[in-house]
Design a protein around this ligand. Structure first.
Ligand SMILES: Cc1cc2nc3c(=O)[nH]c(=O)nc-3n(C[C@H](O)[C@H](O)[C@H](O)COP(=O)(O)OP(=O)(O)OC[C@H]3O[C@@H](n4cnc5c(N)ncnc54)[C@H](O)[C@@H]3O)c2cc1C
Length: 269
């Protein structure tokens, strides 16, 4: 089929019973901006069964990486969860999406607000050295229900700060803010970045309260300096957009840059 090619799975990692990450080969002709998505899928009953997936790998990497939910009885993920190294998946030949840093008015602090697998596009962004040149601080918020859903902690807290090319920028600029809603978040052996502690509560609660900025040792949220990228489920996006609008932030559109940006495909399904 045109517009879809077959790629070989090279790596699979299951974070828990609900989440997994996998990598596959990448055609050099597939270019994308950090934050964008492709369609991926499997052949089912002789036809491609495709779903949108944010790319978690950086745009310069040789392979593509995805971070996936396992939906019980989900048409694609109930099959995709059993994928093994060496098997093939289908990937669209073009990336798309509006969740890209270029849609933001230049600012000082970039807040990446994610819940669940909404972390995926932000992994691509924080793996991209260019983003650190555009902002003084990049704050990655990952909100999950249970501690076991805090995927990629090792990479965020250790591998990226140790990166031989841009680790110094990551250490200086990246603030990681994991937050858990449904169980007590115990400090674990992985540690947390200097000055930060383990957090509890939904992103909407954080944005409304005072302790978020205090914890991060940053000024109160202000449209003059702060920019946001949002990725999560539709309800979470709507709630955060309402709060940001009330605080005077404006959404980027296809025609004009804004203070915050979302993936239009998430809410126009
Ligand atoms: C632009 C875009 C990017 C996406 N990126 C990713 C990604 O990086 N990783 C990913 O796992 N999914 C992502 N999704 C969702 C993905 O397209 C599929 O919906 C998901 O893989 C489940 O497919 P399915 O066929 O098994 O179930 P579906 O029939 O597609 O979904 C069944 C139900 O499961 C729930 N659901 C679907 N996806 C999720 C999710 N990610 N987290 C929690 N609940 C969910 C919803 O309630 C949905 O109605 C993205 C969707 C869009 C529109």
């Amino acid at each position: 089929m045109r517009n879809i090619i077959s790629e070989e799975v090279t790596h699979v990692h299951h974070w828990n019973q609900n989440l997994f990450t996998f990598k596959c080969t990448r055609q050099q002709s597939l270019t994308f901006e950090s934050g964008q998505f492709v369609m991926i899928g499997l052949e089912v009953d002789g036809k491609p069964l495709m779903r949108a997936y944010s790319i978690a790998s950086a745009s310069y990497e040789d392979e593509l990486e995805f971070f996936s939910i396992k939906v019980e009885n989900g048409a694609l993920t109930s099959r995709l969860k059993d994928i093994r190294v060496g098997q093939n998946i289908m990937v669209s030949t073009k990336a798309a999406g509006t969740l890209v840093p270029g849609h933001l008015i230049p600012g000082k602090h970039l807040y990446l607000l994610s819940s669940g697998t909404g972390l995926a596009p932000f992994m691509s962004i924080i793996r991209d050295p260019h983003i650190y040149e555009s902002y003084d601080k990049i704050i990655l918020v990952h909100c999950v229900r249970e501690v076991s859903e805090l995927a990629y902690q090792q990479e965020i807290e250790h591998h990226l700060p140790d990166n031989e090319y841009f680790g110094d920028l990551v250490r200086e600029k990246l603030l990681y803010y994991p937050t858990v809603t449904r169980e007590h978040y115990q400090y674990n052996s992985l540690g947390v970045p200097d000055g930060l502690k383990a957090h509890q509560g939904r992103i909407t609660t954080l944005l409304k309260g005072e302790s978020f900025s205090t914890d991060l040792q940053l000024p109160k949220l202000d449209p003059e300096h702060d920019r946001f990228m949002l990725c999560g489920n539709n309800a979470m996006l709507q709630d955060i957009m309402t709060i940001l609008n009330e605080k005077g932030f404006s959404k980027a559109t296809s025609r004009s840059q804004g203070h915050y940006v979302i993936e239009q495909a998430f809410i126009e399904k």
